[in-house]
Design a binder for this molecule. Structure first.
Ligand SMILES: [Zn+2]
Length: 103
């Protein structure tokens, strides 16, 4: 997570034996950014592919990103297992009809 204070805030998946209590790395980074008193400016994922495709944030993480960073916040994704080029999208492109849109 790149923040408005110039920092980089890491996030990792936090698993739990009760699956509903696990937390995605993206939301860990987003919430940690808020806890530090900063505003998220960009989100980057470095993760194994999901099938043939790069892994992008899930809907829950996109909703949090939409509310905290806005629809134009860039999201970057790449794979750890190969030399995939870094792909860029935005929260609004990945969640075009989110229930809360920050301008
Ligand atoms: Zn997620």
């Amino acid at each position: 997570m790149h923040t408005d204070s110039g920092g980089v805030v890491p996030g990792v998946i936090v698993e739990n034996v009760s699956l509903g209590l696990a937390m995605c790395a993206e939301r860990v980074a987003l919430f940690s950014t808020v806890a530090l008193g900063a505003r998220p400016l960009a989100l980057a994922l470095v993760a194994p592919r999901t099938g043939e495709d790069l892994t992008w944030p899930c809907g829950a993480c996109l909703q949090v990103a939409l509310e905290l960073g806005g629809s134009s916040m860039p999201i970057y994704a790449t794979s750890v297992a190969d030399d995939a080029p870094i792909s860029r999208s935005t929260v609004g492109e990945l969640l075009p009809n989110g229930p809360f849109v920050r301008r």
